[in-house]
Design a protein around this ligand. Structure first.
Ligand code: HEM
Length: 220
């Protein structure tokens, strides 16, 4: 669709920003779990009671954003690797970090996690799930989440995925400002710090859920 690589970078920046907003809102919603089974189940009940066309339109938009972001990410990585062969006589040194060097891998791992996460909690087709109703006869989301994170494997997988999310966002947020041209040398360190803090808040917020359940801090 976009023939120039800057066009594709801008699309990646905008789609990435929309998904970051979703990640922030999703974490705020998920934090209702700290109000126990009643908190999370009433939040889930509220979401499920939204009109179906709104839910489906939201899912279609999210899927579109996700697919465009992944496909352009793969395309840009291939372009960059073909454009900068490692056999240059003079190696130009750019300021890189582990996160910036591995965006494609953290992105692909995150994509794989999101597919698993949807099969797990949205489509509920992964093995060993606790699928029961609560006292009011509504699906008990809390029981499903709590039983999933009561095992080391379940909690550990989500905690590891959130570290990957942190690495991806740590570089992704500052890269967004760079692509949009909303940076300069004077504010670059502030943007880097702010991006790191946002990524860290999301890491700690998300990781606190599986860990609180695994260590028995959070009970229904
Ligand atoms: C500890 C971490 C997380 C927990 C406990 C969690 C929990 C959940 C739950 C319970 C649902 C199903 C809600 C329902 O249908 O009632 C859900 C759906 C979803 N989650 Fe997460 N989530 C986590 C992390 C993430 C992350 C990092 C992302 C990606 C940024 C993400 C993306 C989604 C998406 C796209 C859906 C589907 C929304 C829909 O139904 O349309 N989740 N999550």
């Amino acid at each position: 669709m976009f023939s120039t690589s800057i066009g594709r970078k801008i699309v990646m920046a905008v789609t990435g920003c929309c998904m970051l907003l979703f990640a922030i809102v999703h974490l705020l919603g998920n934090s209702s779990i700290f109000a126990g089974a009643v908190g999370l189940n009433s939040y889930a009940q509220h979401l499920h009671s939204l009109p179906l066309p709104i839910i489906m339109a939201f899912r279609a938009v999210m899927l579109g954003l996700f697919l465009v972001h992944v496909l352009y990410g793969i395309q840009l990585t291939i372009e960059n690797r073909t454009a900068t062969p490692t056999s240059y006589a003079v190696k130009v040194s750019r300021k890189t970090t582990f996160a910036s060097e591995n965006m494609i891998w953290t992105g692909l791992l995150l994509g794989a996690f999101i597919v698993y996460h949807l099969l797990h909690f949205t489509f509920r087709v992964t093995p060993g799930l606790t699928l029961v109703n609560d006292a009011a006869g509504h699906f008990n989301v809390f029981a499903m989440v709590a039983s999933s994170f009561s095992s080391f494997a379940g909690a550990g997988l989500y905690a590891a995925a959130m570290v990957v999310l942190f690495l991806h966002l740590y570089h992704g947020i500052q890269s967004f400002f760079q692509t949009m041209g909303w940076n300069c040398d004077c504010i670059q360190p502030k943007i880097t710090t702010a991006g790191m803090l946002v990524a860290l808040v999301l890491l700690l917020g998300y990781v606190s859920i599986p860990l609180s359940i695994f260590f028995g801090i959070l009970k229904g």
